[in-house]
Ligand binder design. Structure first.
Ligand code: SME
Length: 154
């Protein structure tokens, strides 16, 4: 099965499990559980929430223990929160300011999560032990996913 097909199945499963559930923690936790089980190329998936100006705090995640707080001026997560743009990092060692929660991590993608007014409320972070594990297919799917996460499909 190719990557896009795997992601389509993820999206269907997530929407089916979350039908009628509006609680954001329940929604974020389910996204992490489904992605971690279905994407064999990832080692960690989780949300960092923008809880105060300039500061991200870890939310629901699956994988080894993640760092708890990330200021907006640090790391790949901070870059996504600050810029409002998804970040694809093929080699984390080449990214200035990358925060290594897992010494085996080689590549990473971070997608901003916006509220209905367009403000960045959180970021969704996926790590891989493989180099260059993430591409535009991951970005497109994950951006679709987080858009639906904020505005549940009716
Ligand atoms: N690598 C991230 C930090 C979070 S961990 O990957 C779970 C970063 O540089 O922002």
């Amino acid at each position: 099965m190719n990557k896009a097909a795997v992601y389509e199945e993820c999206l269907q499963e997530i929407e089916s499990v979350l039908e009628g559930e509006a609680d954001q923690i329940a929604r974020m936790s389910t996204v992490c559980a489904v992605l971690k089980r279905r994407l064999p190329w990832i080692s960690w998936v989780g949300f960092y929430r923008s809880v105060s100006p300039g500061m991200l705090v870890v939310g629901p995640y699956q994988g080894d223990i993640g760092c708890l707080r990330i200021p907006h001026d640090r790391g790949v997560c901070g870059a996504a929160a600050r810029s409002g743009e998804s970040q694809i990092v093929p080699d984390v060692h080449a990214f200035p300011g990358h925060i290594a929660c897992d010494s085996l991590a080689r590549s990473e993608i971070v997608v901003p999560v916006r509220d209905s007014l367009g403000a960045v409320r959180a970021v969704l972070d996926l790590d891989s032990h493989l180099p260059a594990a993430f591409d535009s297919v991951d970005r497109e799917f994950l951006e679709r996913l987080v858009a639906r996460l904020v505005e549940p499909a009716s």
